[in-house]
Design a protein around this ligand. Structure first.
Ligand SMILES: [Zn+2]
Length: 303
């Protein structure tokens, strides 16, 4: 869905609110306090005096908004603007920064930053996701991200960078995450957690350290000679392509990406990449997650 069709589909706040309510409660509104299904719509006045649409539970009397206890919690931004930001974030292959968002959808930088982070939270794979499995080949590699400092040497530059481990199914899904160092101690648990033990073949570059992490009968290492022959082909091509796509987005969109938030950005990138063939449904999939996940307070993001 692009911004034009979005504006056509949800021309007013009421249209957006109705879609949100239907998405959150497909079988009818339920009280967020007692789960009772007899809730009535009431008009109340917010703290600013603006009329607000609330639900009132006929059982316990609790009043709640359609966005209570969700990632939208306490937001004063109109839903039509929220929808536009979701649309921008799911459309761009490489992601979009908060400063770009506010050029398309008027709001302060701070609001854009916070809204983007909450939508990003909705675009994370479940922790239980495993890659590979029967008859699937998995590639593993790592790369350095960010931390470029002018005037410091190559060594200091490397120290400032964050290491990202990438796992990719050939023609399938990817998982990227930061690790404290490239030592076995930090990389091994990632492989154990994210690669399905049924995976028959795991491909890495020629680096020796993977030999102790992956059972020999499954392990295939890059053949350097063959790679030199054909410069466009390496055995870990899928994961390398994912790295470079992420980095191109990084340079263009997130100039001041902080290392603490890097895993969230990586998560967002993987979520979208893993759903690249589901483009028409991404908007609603994100909306469902925004409504099903718990609020993310500003303080938690800024520590
Ligand atoms: Zn109730």
């Amino acid at each position: 869905m692009n911004l034009f069709s979005l504006a056509k589909k949800f021309p007013t706040e009421d249209a957006a609110l109705l879609h949100l309510i239907k998405t959150r409660w497909p079988h009818g509104v339920r009280c967020v306090a007692c789960d009772c299904d007899k809730c009535w719509l009431v008009e109340a006045k917010g703290t600013t005096g603006k009329p607000r649409k609330l639900f009132q539970c006929s059982d316990c009397g609790y009043q709640f908004s359609a966005t209570a206890n969700t990632l939208f919690h306490d937001s004063h931004l109109p839903l039509t603007k929220w929808f536009a930001v979701i649309c921008l974030m799911v459309e761009g292959k490489k992601g979009i920064s908060a400063s770009q968002v506010r050029r398309h959808v008027p709001m302060t930088y701070k609001t854009a930053w916070y809204v983007c982070h909450r939508i990003r939270e909705a675009m994370q794979e479940p922790k239980s996701l495993k890659l590979g499995g029967e008859s699937t080949t998995v590639e593993i590699d790592e790369t350095y991200v960010g931390g470029r400092k002018r005037g410091t040497g190559v060594k200091a530059g490397r120290r400032a960078k964050t290491i990202v481990v990438g796992i990719a199914e050939r023609d399938g899904r990817i998982h990227l995450q930061t690790v404290r160092s490239a030592k076995n101690h930090y990389v091994r648990p990632v492989i154990r957690e994210k690669v399905d033990p049924e995976t028959p073949k795991i491909v890495t570059d020629g680096a020796g350290r993977y030999r102790t992490m992956i059972p020999r009968e499954k392990h295939e290492q890059g053949n350097h000679k063959r790679e030199l022959h054909n410069k466009n082909w390496t055995t870990t091509q899928t994961v390398e392509n994912a790295f470079s796509l992420f980095k191109r987005g990084l340079v263009g969109n997130y100039h001041q990406l902080s290392a603490e938030h890097l895993d969230r950005y990586l998560g967002e990138f993987c979520w979208r990449y893993n759903r690249r063939k589901m483009q028409p449904w991404l908007f609603d999939m994100t909306l469902v997650n925004l409504l099903n996940k718990k609020p993310l307070p500003y303080k938690e993001l800024t520590f």
